[in-house]
Structures are given as structure tokens and as C-alpha cells.
Design a protein around this ligand. Structure first.
Ligand code: EPZ
Length: 420
């Protein structure tokens, strides 16, 4: 298993190119199930979760291939030969559940393994299933698998989500594109990835309005056709490297970063004493003065994203004064706390809130990654710490971030990947 060795204390300066968004790209690949024609995606990030999704689609019968050998451009297409999503793939990546709606819409049946929980929470899929039942699916759970059938096809209806679930919104939006009649999703997720998915689906012939708002309307069509779509920039990767500039007292230009997609995060940066500006197609982040402690609560978009919580906790661990972070989205997303405390942070968890008392400096230590975003929070701490940090289980990081050590080293970080 690979490890990172980081020697901290050097401010980062320079440019980092932000890649395509993991949490848009995974679903855009799944959209390839909705048509027998070719869907071409550009700006595809080279990360493990994308490879896992390509493997899942391939076992459904689709052909997924790099165009002209360039892996940032993938073409997806072909006929579905299996409507089963097996446990060994689904258990590795929760986003696999998103094939359920498209398979049901196209093949009128699907057998998808229940994803099970993951490190950050139990992560049920009840809203996905209830929404599909509203569209006429008959769903039973047998031997750890979801059996869904819609022999007459799906029929549009009004779905009210009890929570603005990202995955449920995407699963239902995709299913509804081929349902008979109109579907409304009320209390839909408003993350920018919803609008990115809808714009691709509309280019494929779907009729979707309201994506990006809490009320999405989908008028079903007979069939969808192929298109070419550029995956939006990864706003969480952008916010993560912005934290690297902030925690090291550096100055970075994040190419492809868009301030508009990180509203609440930009406000939190500014409150903490970090300057963030949009300079053309780059987001510029620099810190000149001291970091100030602030309070954060994670919320569905446009609130502060839970996917930035661990990174901000590392940042605030070296701020002046105290901070409080309340995690309202997932029930177990503080696993980076004990590892940060081993580096000298002073963080106490009380239920869904963490109190952070800023310290003057952190000290390098051997630490262990537990999940994707926690992995990066430990890298951020290592970049600021005195001495050497060794981060193990880097496979968590490789699921969602591309070429981290290369991007950081190019801006002055002392970081190397060692394989053992
Ligand atoms: C997506 O997960 C993202 N993953 C997550 O990013 C992100 O943290 C999350 O949205 C929230 O923004 C991908 O896009 C692949 P949810 P998802 O459905 O769709 C509960 C990362 O680090 N819930 O909005 O699973 C659920 O348990 C990952 O990139 C139900 O109870 O998130 C959670 O507490 C981590 N029933 C909350 O809602 C359901 O049917 C938010 O879940 C569905 C969700």
C-alpha cells in the first residue's frame, strides 16, 4: 500500500489545474445507460472511482473506451446485456446505486446490490427506492439485492424528497427522462452537479427544467440519443487546494476554479482571513495575515458542503482562537479528528459538533487515512506541520483526487509517494 511522506512548513506558490468533477463524472457515465448511442465525456478525471464505474458499466454490456488514447475523453455506448449490479462492485463504491434508475427506465427491470454503509455513515437508499416506487416501480429486497421491476414502464409523478439527497435526485432525474408523462422532484438537491447532469441529459434529448433549484420538472421522452459533454470542474478539489494555500500561508491560482460554485466556502475563507478572488478562469487564494477561528455548519447546497468539512477542520486547527464545526449531513464524518490530534491539534467532538482550539503549530507524525476527504485533511496538516508526516492507506485518497503529490510538489511542497 502506498504512503505519502510530507515535510511541512513551506508556503505554496504557483498554479494548480483543477480536474473534472468526480461527483458529476460518475453520474454522467451512468447516463450512458440511457441510450444505445455513444455518449462522449471530456475532462474526465483519472481517479479510482471513475475506473470502478467504467468496470460496472462494462459488466452491464456497455463499451467504455478512451477516445484516441486520451483517457480524459471517454466514450460510453452499446447495448445493455445485464441488468444486475453485483455486490463486489457496488460494495466498493456507493455511487453504483445510480445505475438503478437508468436500468429500470430502459430495461424495465434491475437487480442491484444494496450498497451497504461506508466509513462515514450507514448511507441508506430509501429515498431512491421510494421515489422509483412513486414512478411505478415494484421493488423488493432479497438476499441483499434490490429487485426492481416496471413491466409497463415508468410513469411520471410528483416526488417530494424528505431530504435534498444528491444521489436520490440524480437517480430519479435520470429514471424520469424515459418515463411516460411528467415527473416533478420537489425538495431536489441544488448542487451544481445537478445542473451539469441535466444539461448533458437535455443534450441527449431529455426535457428537464429547474435543475439546480429545489424543483425539477422532467417530461419523459421515447428515447435519448448520444452527445458530447464536458464534465464541470471539481469544486471540491478546488476548495481542497484552496485550503492548501491558506494553511501554508501561500498564494495559489487554481485553474478552472469557480468562486460561484463555492459560495459558502468562499465566505468561510474570508471570515477566517483568507483572500479568495476570481481571476478569469482561475480562483486565486492567498493568505497574508493570521487565520481566525470561525464556526461552520455543513448543509445541502448552497450551504457549506460536507465534502469540505475535514479540510476546513485541518485549516482551523492552526487558526487563532476557537472554532466549532457541526456536521449535519453524515453521522460519522469526524474520523480525521484523532489523527489530527496526534499531530498536536486540540479538537474535541461532542456528538455532531467538534470544538477546535487553534494551536500555534502542528507536528509531523505517522497518520492513517480513513476516507477520501479525511485523507486530504491529514495532507493539509502535514503541509503546515513542523517535521515529517507519513500518511498511510493513500488508496482512500486515490479514489477521488488525481496526481496530488505532483500538483502539490509543483507548488513547492515537499511530498513524495512511496510504495511498499
Ligand atoms: C453525494 O453522496 C456525494 N457522492 C458525497 O460525496 C456528498 O458528501 C453527498 O452527496 C452530499 O453532498 C457522490 O456524488 C458520489 P446524499 P450521496 O444522498 O448522494 C442520507 C465525497 O466525498 N440519505 O445527499 O450519497 C444519507 O445517509 C462523497 O465525494 C438517506 O437517508 O449523498 C446522508 O446522511 C462523500 N436516504 C444524507 O442523506 C437516501 O435514500 C446525504 O446523502 C439517501 C440519502
Amino acid at each position: 500500500m502506498d504512503r505519502f511522506i510530507i515535510r511541512g512548513g513551506r508556503p505554496l506558490h504557483g498554479e494548480i489545474t483543477i480536474g473534472g468533477a468526480k461527483n458529476a463524472g460518475l453520474k454522467l457515465l451512468v447516463a450512458g445507460l440511457l441510450t444505445s448511442e455513444r455518449l462522449v465525456l471530456t475532462n474526465v478525471p483519472h481517479i479510482a472511482d471513475i475506473a470502478t464505474m467504467c468496470a460496472l458499466l462494462t459488466q452491464h454490456g456497455l463499451t467504455v473506451e478512451a477516445v484516441n488514447g486520451d483517457k480524459t475523453t471517454l466514450s460510453v455506448g452499446g447495448e445493455i446485456t445485464s441488468t444486475e449490479a453485483p455486490y463486489d462492485i457496488v460494495s466498493k463504491m456507493r455511487a453504483s446505486i445510480l445505475v438503478l434508475g437508468p436500468l429500470l427506465a430502459r430495461c424495465r427491470e434491475a437487480r442491484v446490490s444494496l450498497p451497504g454503509g461506508c466509513a462515514i455513515g450507514t448511507r441508506p437508499v430509501d429515498m431512491h427506492l421510494k421515489g422509483l416506487e412513486t414512478l411505478g416501480a415494484v421493488i423488493t429486497l432479497e438476499n441483499g439485492y434490490i429487485h426492481a421491476r416496471a413491466p409497463e414502464g415508468l410513469k411520471g409523478d410528483r416526488i417530494v424528497l424528505p431530504f435534498a439527497s444528491v444521489g436520490a435526485t440524480e437517480n430519479l432525474m435520470m429514471a424520469a427522462t424515459l418515463a411516460k408523462g411528467r415527473t416533478e422532484i420537489v425538495n431536489a438537491a441544488r448542487e451544481p452537479e445537478m445542473a451539469d447532469l441535466a444539461s448533458c441529459l437535455n443534450a441527449m434529448g431529455a426535457k428537464i427544467t429547474g435543475a439546480g433549484t429545489g424543483h425539477i420538472i422532467i417530461d419523459g421522452v421515447e428515447a435519448l440519443h448520444g452527445t458530447t459533454h464536458r464534465i464541470m470542474s471539481d469544486r471540491i478539489e478546488c476548495g481542497t487546494y484552496a485550503c492548501a494555500a491558506a494553511i501554508t500561508g501561500g498564494d495559489l491560482r487554481l485553474i478552472g476554479g469557480q468562486v460561484e460554485h463555492l459560495g459558502a466556502v468562499v465566505r468561510a475563507f474570508e471570515e477566517a482571513g483568507v483572500e479568495v478572488t476570481q481571476e478569469g478562469n482561475a480562483m486565486r487564494v492567498r493568505r497574508t495575515g493570521a487565520l481566525r477561528g470561525i464556526d461552520i455548519m455543513t448543509e445541502p447546497y448552497p450551504g457549506f458542503p460536507t465534502d469540505m468539512q475535514a479540510q476546513f477542520m485541518a485549516l482551523l486547527s492552526v487558526a487563532e482562537g476557537a472554532s466549532m464545526i457541526t456536521e449535519t449531513i453524515f453521522e460519522n464524518r469526524f474520523m480525521h479528528v484523532p489523527e489530527l490530534n496526534r499531530m498536536g491539534a486540540r479538537i474535541n467532538v461532542h456528538g455532531s459538533s467538534a470544538i477546535i482550539r487553534g494551536v500555534h503549530s502542528l507536528s509531523g507524525a505517522p497518520v492513517m487515512a480513513t476516507d477520501l476527504r479525511a485523507s486530504f485533511s491529514l495532507i493539509l496538516a502535514g503541509l503546515a506541520a513542523h517535521g515529517e508526516t507519513i500518511l498511510s492507506r493513500v488508496y482512500h485518497l486515490d479514489r477521488g483526487y488525481e496526481a496530488v503529490e505532483r500538483k502539490l510538489a509543483a507548488c513547492g511542497a515537499q511530498i513524495e509517494r512511496v510504495s511498499n
